[in-house]
Design a protein around this ligand. Sequence first.
Ligand code: FAD
Length: 404
Amino acid sequence: MNLEWNADMLAFQHEVRAFLDAELTPEMRAATAGMTSVYAPPSLSLAWQRILHKKGWVAPSWPIADGGCDWSAAQRYIFTRELTQAGAPPLSPMGLGMCGPVLLGYGTPAQKARFLPPMLAGEELWCQGYSEPGSGSDLASLQMKAVRDGDDLVCTGAKIWTTHAHEADWIFCLVRTSRLEKPQLGITFLLIDMRSPGVSVRPIVSLSGEHVQNQVMFDEVRVPIANVVGEIDDGWTVAKYLMEFERGGSMYAPSMQSRLGALARHLAATGQPKGMNGRIAAISVDIAAMDALELTFLAGQSAGTAPGPMASAMKVIGTELSQKLTELELEAAMPYAAAFQPQLALAGGPIPGFVPPADGKGVGPPYAAKAILKYFNDRAGSIYAGTNEIQRGILWQYLGRRNS
Ligand SMILES: Cc1cc2nc3c(=O)[nH]c(=O)nc-3n(C[C@H](O)[C@H](O)[C@H](O)COP(=O)(O)OP(=O)(O)OC[C@H]3O[C@@H](n4cnc5c(N)ncnc54)[C@H](O)[C@@H]3O)c2cc1C
């Protein structure tokens, strides 16, 4: 197997590096290095998105006719790697990585024309309204009801854990339009303007103290039928399509390689604590294996293979490896990790009640101050986008079918 890039790919890599040298500011690089959550604060991610948009590089896998780049798997891999290593902020995934692909697959021409251009340009921020209090893993049991009234659906209910709902312009929701013989039937995929009368947002503050997630309440919210994606009552088909992108759309290895590099540099500079070399070597091997898996996955996708159950495997391995890495980062930070000092990092969202010291300083290096926040944030990796227990169940069923 030849793992060298050919001349075209090397030229592409060079072009990406030149673009990053010119456009990615030192402030953006520093902010990204301090990130505690997997989500960059929208002010940062949208600022970077607008720069990428000007260059036409916002949506590497989308068709060119819809504003994407239609890049090959190799190009997408190189692009992601270069951006991550240069310290570019990650873009918000809810629009470009989830709702966008759904609109490309199931949207009407009018929906594509209305929603895709501002999504690409970073002018409208999206959030995902799937989970409800009482309906997470068992998503098909969702209750938020939508009743037809003329040309509208009138929506009442609640969504929970909604990332960035307090900043989003739009939410894509699964709502119940009918009660049929199976819970998966009678669900509809609906786009709702967050400024509609009857929508209210309550913050959920996480273990790390940050406000990134929310509960969203809908009280007789009127939504035009034109905002239904796919068929009424057949939203489960659309939802399953989206979930494959949600689980398989991330590349974990490049950012873990950057984090491992930062950890190794920190240890080399401080010389403390001793005895971590063996564990760092072991995790670097695991990350290299993840890297190879992601390349295989990308190659399959560009050959037209749907993400399928492989997306579940990637989600489990990627999030659990990332959690293992946060444990090493925490140990390397030693006592400094015990201090709560988010002013030295870039918290994923506001921290209610936290007043940073007037001089903005803290104890220990910024690297160490971020470790505990990152550790807490990463605990959620095995829960969001469908828990890892559920992903293991999907894989088990798939392997059972394949081997029977
Ligand atoms: C940080 C964060 C961000 C999130 N962002 C969003 C978002 O933007 N939009 C959104 O819609 N949702 C979001 N979620 C919600 C997330 O998708 C749900 O938390 C997840 O699907 C689990 O649902 P639950 O919390 O109701 O747990 P439950 O479904 O109640 O599960 C509780 C426990 O039981 C286990 N369990 C349940 N059923 C089974 C089973 N059949 N087999 C084995 N084990 C099982 C689960 O694995 C889990 O350990 C987010 C969650 C977090 C933590």
